[in-house]
Design a protein around this ligand. Structure first.
Ligand code: ACM
Length: 506
């Protein structure tokens, strides 16, 4: 009987690329020590941080410890983020070509332990054992992310740290923070204090530089890159409320927007507006080491540019076809600034052809735009709304809390959508970095609500982006067990009416 139990395949999410279940178990106890090779100390620290609260395990270092963490750059088949994990009855060997690969292996080890290991509180009476396995695990895509809109609804740094932990459990590796929009500016900019003083209200607040820097470190320790987004030249009403001269009618005073939708007030195309964007991005790059910096770019009505003598002068001076061409001109100017600073500019694309070719693009309207962009030579992160927008309800049930109208994005749809479909050419597919889910927060008043919308759909996204098998029955079977991990972590299965209406609580 014991052997039968041991040979049951562990229910891991995302599913590893290759897993062989072996007989027997390895048990962690207070005497268990770690053998930590050079480059593996970050993974050792993460293992201790994650397991400590529930298990009380200290896992001290010893040269002959039975749990070995090793970085070996010769393991080239594992890439940047893959790992190999062998669990035998007398020892554990976790290996990767990079420290980052070990971090993914740590999360697998954590999922192999009893569910109680994920508790934040000490748990007594549980044997901390893992089944013997042989795992070789390499992600299909290098970009496995989620965008969180902290502009429409401000989220505390405590919430963000917890969210990062939840992403890391699923081997997601990008947290894209949508920091500015018409309804709120959350990014501190020393040179422009009114952005957060005026633009940070009324819907919440703003972060400090120290908070964001600490978040970036917390994420990096878990293998996650925080990608900042500063919207331009549209979705800037909060900035215009703070600095009216950045707009097209400097005499006009506007409040931070208090409605949802697309607002036709946009940045001017004069030197002051361009200098503003470059100054802001310089501070953003100081805080966020991410190789990619997102500058929005979508939903930018050109009505104001058509009406503005200064904008029309710009059109003439630059020899452009008309005011509509100012959008591409603007994105090129600012994108070039990021490129000169050694970063990759990133933008939302609405057609696949609207951004300069050196931009990495996120097609959000239609997945066909991803293929168009890939053909044009863009790097692509797939973000089509019909399969990756988590602000849409996850079912058509009348019990769902109010969400973005227009579609339902259910779990199966998230799992089923291939970021680089088989009918694309190998060259097109090779330009797809990966995919990410979007959590816009017009209809997400609380942290609990955000987690309710994110999970389990992010489990499906992780499966799609890491494993790429899109095996619905197998995924459902594993998710049944995985859901108990989320329960242990306190991720809500459903929302009470008060938490739908309540204030930010976490
Ligand atoms: C978007 O949905 N505004 C990218």
């Amino acid at each position: 009987m014991r052997t039968l139990r041991a040979l049951r395949t562990p229910a891991l999410v995302p599913e590893p690329t290759q897993l062989t279940a072996l007989p027997g178990r390895f048990t962690f106890d207070e005497t268990t020590t770690l053998r930590i090779a050079p480059g593996a100390h970050g993974a050792a620290e993460l293992l201790r941080t994650l397991l400590g609260p529930a298990t009380g395990l200290r896992l001290p270092e010893r040269p002959d410890g039975p749990v070995v963490l090793a970085v070996d750059p010769a393991l080239t088949g594992l890439g940047e983020e893959g790992y190999g994990l062998t669990v035998g009855e007398r020892g554990v060997l976790l290996r990767a070509a990079t420290p980052r690969g070990l971090l993914a292996g740590v999360q697998t080890l954590r999922q192999l332990l009893p569910v109680e290991a994920l508790s934040e509180h000490p748990v007594a009476g549980v044997e901390w054992s893992v089944p013997c396995v042989q795992i070789t695990d390499v992600p299909r895509f290098s970009w496995r992310g989620t965008m969180l809109d902290v502009s429409r609804t401000f989220r505390s740094v405590d919430f963000l740290r917890r969210y990062v932990d939840l992403l890391a459990l699923h081997k997601l590796n990008v947290l894209h923070l949508h920091l500015t929009d018409d309804q709120g500016w959350r990014m501190p900019v020393a040179a422009r204090p009114r952005l957060t003083e005026i633009g940070g209200h009324p819907h919440g607040g703003a972060y400090t530089r120290a908070e964001l820097a600490a978040l970036v470190r917390h994420a990096a320790e878990r293998g996650i890159t925080v990608v900042p987004e500063i919207e331009m030249p549209g979705h800037v009403r909060a900035a215009l409320a703070a600095y009216p001269s950045l707009g097209n009618r400097p005499d006009r005073r506007l409040p931070v927007w208090d409605r949802w939708g697309v607002c036709d007030t946009v940045l001017g195309v004069h030197d002051e507006a361009l200098d503003f964007c470059r100054d802001v991005l310089d501070e953003v790059m100081d805080v966020f080491p991410s190789p990619y910096v997102h500058i929005g770019g979508e939903e930018c009505p050109t009505t104001e540019w058509h009406a503005s003598p200064a904008a029309r002068r710009r059109v003439a001076d630059e020899g452009l076809d008309g005011p509509d061409a100012l959008h591409g001109w603007f994105m090129e100017r600012i994108g070039r600034h990021l490129l000169d600073a050694g970063r990759h500019p990133l933008g939302w694309t609405e057609t696949g052809t609207d951004l300069p070719p050196y931009f990495t693009v996120m097609p959000w309207r239609d997945s066909a735009h991803g293929r168009t962009a890939a053909r044009r030579g863009h790097e692509v992160v797939m973000a089509p709304h019909r399969s990756t927008y988590l602000d849409y309800p996850q079912s058509a049930s009348p019990d769902e809390p109010p969400g973005q109208p227009g579609a339902v994005v259910d779990l199966r749809t998230v799992l089923r959508t291939d970021p680089a479909p088989a009918h694309w050419s190998p060259e097109e597919s090779a330009r797809v970095l990966g995919t990410q889910a979007q959590l816009w927060t017009e209809y997400v008043p609380t942290g609990a609500h955000a987690e309710y919308l994110a999970f389990p759909r992010l489990c499906a996204l992780a499966e799609t982006a890491w494993t790429g098998r899109r095996d619905w029955p197998g995924f459902q079977a594993r998710l049944r067990h995985h859901r108990t991990r989320l329960d242990t972590l306190g991720v809500p299965r459903r929302l009470s009416p008060t938490s739908v209406q309540g204030e930010e609580s976490s």
